[in-house]
Design a binder for this molecule. Structure first.
Ligand code: ZN
Length: 161
């Protein structure tokens, strides 16, 4: 747990420079859905500040039931009206497929996941699929969504049409 000790220590330094509290509603009324990849520092790479946007992350940045749950809360309770999707190059989910991932978990633990890992091969297609799922989602107040792919080698974000 040495890494967590380092984080708790780092927080003391960070909190000493804390700019003060902000409203709970995101100032820029945007929700970002992104992969959990460690190379994507979302606030810096999107010019976001504390209090600006909701950030919903998971493996792949895919639209799961829980992503929908979070987006629905984001819009109905906290006023966001636009959604940005951020997938990226060299995603871990491109190195497997749904069946072999389930096999791997089952072999290691004896339990086969009931959920799909949602692996993919073409990142642009995956972004388009995610945009479609949001546009088709019946629970949202706004379906304004744009999708992007972040290049982990250059730091550039490319929009997917
Ligand atoms: Zn990823």
């Amino acid at each position: 747990m040495a890494e967590i000790d380092r984080m708790l220590e780092a927080n003391k330094e960070w909190a000493s420079r804390f700019p003060g509290s902000k409203p709970v509603r995101p100032a820029r009324a945007v929700a970002v859905v992104a992969c959990m990849d460690s190379r994507m520092p979302l606030f810096g790479m999107l010019g976001l500040d504390i209090g600006d946007a909701h950030v919903i992350r998971n493996a792949g940045g895919v639209i799961t039931e829980d992503t929908i749950r979070s987006l629905t809360v984001s819009q109905h309770l906290l006023g966001t009206r636009e959604i940005l999707l951020v997938h990226h190059t060299e995603c871990g989910l491109q190195s497997t497929d749904d069946r072999s991932f389930a096999d791997r978990v089952e072999q290691a633990t004896g339990r086969r996941p009931f959920w799909s890992v949602q692996a993919f091969t073409d990142v642009d297609d995956d972004v388009r699929e995610s945009m479609k799922l949001i546009r088709d989602c019946p629970y949202l107040l706004s379906h304004k969504v744009r999708g992007t792919v972040y290049d982990v080698d250059t730091g550039q974000l490319r929009e997917v049409r």
